[in-house]
Design a protein around this ligand. Structure first.
Ligand code: FES
Length: 367
């Protein structure tokens, strides 16, 4: 039943069984409710009526696609000039790779939107579809409208400048996915991923510095039962902190500093075990362990003073500091790597070298 046949949709004056009827003025008001208001008058865009405006829009859109090409060039040049983000190149690498890719992709999107808004057909067409299959005449008419629309939109080679700049920009943007694949063949074999993740800033004689002050620490700074967050004492050029005079100054990335983060704690004599092969790795009961959880790399930051357990807040892996941070609970697959430490001639705590195993999450090669 259509709405016209449904008594609920009829004006009150026409409803069957109406006892009282309706005043003529009221019936007229109700009738107006059903008047089809139609569509508002169509307002043409300036690009529809002014050929100069259309040409201007075409140039603007082409300019956006040209900017995309510039972004791709920045990405490719940055990739070859600075490589992937690492060490001192971190800032420039992320700037050129990220900025180039953002510019390339954003301008392709902006160009496509401008094209649709300013130059593609802006006509409102109404097609009454009853019965569902259109007549042959209607189908031919639709085919004609679509063909004309395609021509007006520039899908057929009418807007050659947009077409050429867009295909160029999109084709060039594909280079951003392809160019980095060169590493599969040209990567420096001496810099295997395993070596990169195995090495940290720690080296023989690197001082242990409190985080965040950067102040090198002495054994007397670490109290029994206490824990300190520590980073390697390598400083940005120009910084000069007490205890660091005359030491080599390095400008290192935050990434490398974070990878070298260490927890230092002091245990009372008799509270800890030293396993064979690790004799002399602690200094007078002061132990240093990587702060990066061996599960998926969260910072292990909670120390239970009474049990000497280190807890990872992410998935509750628990490490026993009295037994070389062996895993006693949780999903971590191996102990926190230990940093062997001693003191230097000035009495500051220093590393004996780098970690003996990779820090961070466990992979197939780390057990
Ligand atoms: S990251 Fe530490 S338990 Fe998951």
């Amino acid at each position: 039943m259509s709405t016209h046949d449904d008594p609920r949709h009829l004006p009150t004056s026409a409803a069957p069984g109406s006892a009282t009827g309706t005043a003529p003025s009221q019936a007229g008001a109700l009738e107006e409710r059903f008047t089809d208001p139609g569509l508002p008058a169509h307002v043409h865009r300036t690009t529809d009526t002014d050929p100069k405006a259309a040409a201007r829009a075409e140039r603007q859109i082409s300019m956006l696609f040209a900017l995309s090409l510039v972004g791709t060039v920045i990405f490719v040049v940055g990739y070859f000039a600075f490589g992937l983000p690492k060490g001192e190149n971190y800032r420039w690498s992320t700037l050129t790779l990220g900025g180039g890719m953002a510019l390339a992709l954003f301008t392709i999107g902006a160009g496509a939107i401008q094209w649709a808004k300013k130059l593609m057909p802006d006509e409102e067409l109404v097609e009454k579809r009853k019965p569902v299959r259109s007549s042959d005449e209607d189908r031919q008419e639709i085919a004609r409208i679509l063909t004309e629309g395609g021509e007006e939109a520039g899908f057929l080679p009418r807007r050659k400048m947009i077409w050429a700049s867009m295909t160029g920009a999109m084709g060039a943007a594909g280079l951003m996915a392809v160019v980095p694949l060169k590493d599969l063949w040209t990567r420096d074999k001496g810099e295997s991923p395993e070596k990169q993740i195995s090495h940290t800033l720690w080296g023989k004689g690197t001082r242990l510095a409190a985080d965040p002050t950067g102040q090198p620490i002495k054994p007397s700074d670490v109290k029994i039962g206490g824990v300190m967050h520590v980073l390697p004492a390598v400083y940005k050029a120009g910084e000069s902190l007490p205890g660091n005079e005359g030491r080599p100054e390095l400008d290192v990335s935050l990434n490398d500093r974070a990878k070298a983060a260490v927890l230092v704690m002091r245990l009372a004599p008799g509270e800890y075990e030293v396993e064979k092969g690790r004799e002399g790795w602690d200094y007078d009961g002061i132990f240093a362990y990587s702060k990066i959880c061996t599960h998926v790399g969260c910072p292990v930051g909670l120390y239970e003073q009474t049990t000497h357990h280190l807890l990872c807040p992410c998935h509750q892996s628990t490490f026993d500091a009295t037994r070389h941070c062996k895993v006693i609970f949780g999903p971590a697959a191996r102990p926190l790597p230990q940093l062997a430490i001693t003191v230097d001639a000035d009495g500051y705590l220093v590393a004996q070298g780098d970690f003996h195993e990779p820090v961070g999450p466990s992979f197939w090669e780390r057990g």
